[in-house]
Design a binder for this molecule. Structure first.
Ligand SMILES: Cc1ncc(COP(=O)(O)O)c(C=O)c1O
Length: 364
């Protein structure tokens, strides 16, 4: 049993992928080529947005989206305490001040009520992280932000294809904020065969900035309008993503099916489940126990692969610990310390899930 099995997932389309890669090699169309443009168009369409800009990875996507806003130095940026470090590092690298906010109890996403308490005159941006594939409550946030000039960036690195069930229009991840940032790291719901990322937006001004910024500030060769960086999605990764995008909804459905079985069949009183909404695309399925070490050892003993996403909230990361001294984020700490990610390989059979649930139900 595997936690994730990327090779088996892609096996049926490897022939097509290899053919496409071969064509790119024959045409030497490696950087910002035809396939990158094609993928950008398709991915924008998938996200119900006007523009997508491919880039090197999800971390760069966040950094570039923040830079596009051109906020005054030290502006305050609200983000959840529980996310992958990239969300925080992008804020710091852009010269802004991170303000951490706790997640909701038994949920992987930021607490909108807590955001409300942390908004000041200096707050210029809120980063919504759709952690584990669960969309943040965007419509609830919008009500709070009415008449405030605060931008929203979605960190959608883990949530390709998810949407906000609380919004009337069922807004898709990637179409809610001013911009949305995606990662195509291989293990993501939509993953490349190396690093990759994208920024999605409806805003032409941000689009124009990032298209240049990702390419050394240049849209036309040798004309540098900005001091940019080199963060481009190469044609080979784009062609792989184009092929895999066609199967994203199919595999998301399979993830949902696995999660449904976990929801129904795990009945152990020592193992509690998070509140996921019906729109979640389950990048991870995380359970909480009060005896996490014992639980993980038990899984290991029973040959059930597991993961941790992530072992510490941002405030406890050694490199930034000083920044958040004396700050407490109770729900984030519980999720980080007591959470364990169960196998979410979309190809797991019902029989595998039943076995996992049976074993988990015997844990004490
Ligand atoms: C929530 C979140 N944000 C940002 C990133 C960064 O993406 P990348 O690894 O492509 O730089 C990740 C990747 O794991 C992530 O999970």
């Amino acid at each position: 049993m595997k936690f994730l099995d990327l090779y088996s997932q892609d096996k049926p389309i490897l022939n097509i992928i290899n053919k496409d890669i071969n064509k790119i090699i024959i045409n030497s169309d490696f950087i910002l080529g035809k396939k990158t443009r094609e993928f950008e168009q398709e991915f924008a369409r998938y996200c119900n947005s006007k523009f997508a800009i491919g880039c090197g990875n999800g971390t760069d996507a966040l950094y570039m989206a923040i830079k596009a806003l051109n906020l005054p130095q030290r502006s305050e940026v609200i983000l959840p305490a529980m996310t992958w470090c990239s969300t925080l590092f992008a804020v710091i690298q852009a010269g802004l001040k991170p303000i951490l906010v706790d997640i909701e109890k038994n949920s992987p996403t930021i607490s909108i009520d807590e955001i409300k308490k942390k908004i000041t005159k200096k707050t210029k941006l809120i980063i919504l992280v759709h952690l584990y594939g669960e969309s943040c409550k965007f419509s609830k946030l919008k009500k709070i932000l009415k008449n405030k000039n605060i931008k929203i960036i979605e960190d959608a690195a883990q949530a390709h294809g998810s949407y906000d069930v609380s919004s009337k229009k069922k807004l898709k991840v990637g179409s809610m904020g001013d911009m949305a940032c995606f990662s195509f790291y291989p293990g993501k719901n939509l993953g490349a065969y190396g690093d990759g990322g994208a920024i999605v937006t409806n805003n032409k001004k941000y689009y124009d900035f990032i298209v240049k910024f990702r390419n050394m500030g240049s849209k036309i060769k040798h004309e540098h309008e900005l001091i940019g960086i080199n963060s481009r999605l190469d044609s080979i990764q784009a062609s792989i993503l184009l092929n895999k995008l066609k199967y994203l909804d199919y595999f998301n459905k399979k993830r949902k099916f696995i999660a449904k079985l976990y929801n129904e069949l795990i009945t152990n009183k020592y193992v509690s489940k998070l509140n996921y909404s019906s729109s979640c695309v389950y990048h991870q399925y995380v359970v909480i126990t009060s005896k996490p070490k014992k639980f993980r050892n038990y899984l290991k003993l029973n040959k059930i692969p597991f993961g941790r996403h992530y072992p510490e909230p941002l405030n406890n990361l050694k490199v930034v610990k000083k920044m958040f001294r004396n700050k407490k984020y109770k729900n984030s700490e519980i999720l980080a310390h007591n959470g364990t990610s169960l196998p979410i390989n979309p190809l797991l059979r019902k029989k595998d899930i039943l076995k996992i649930c049976n074993i988990i139900n015997k844990f004490s």
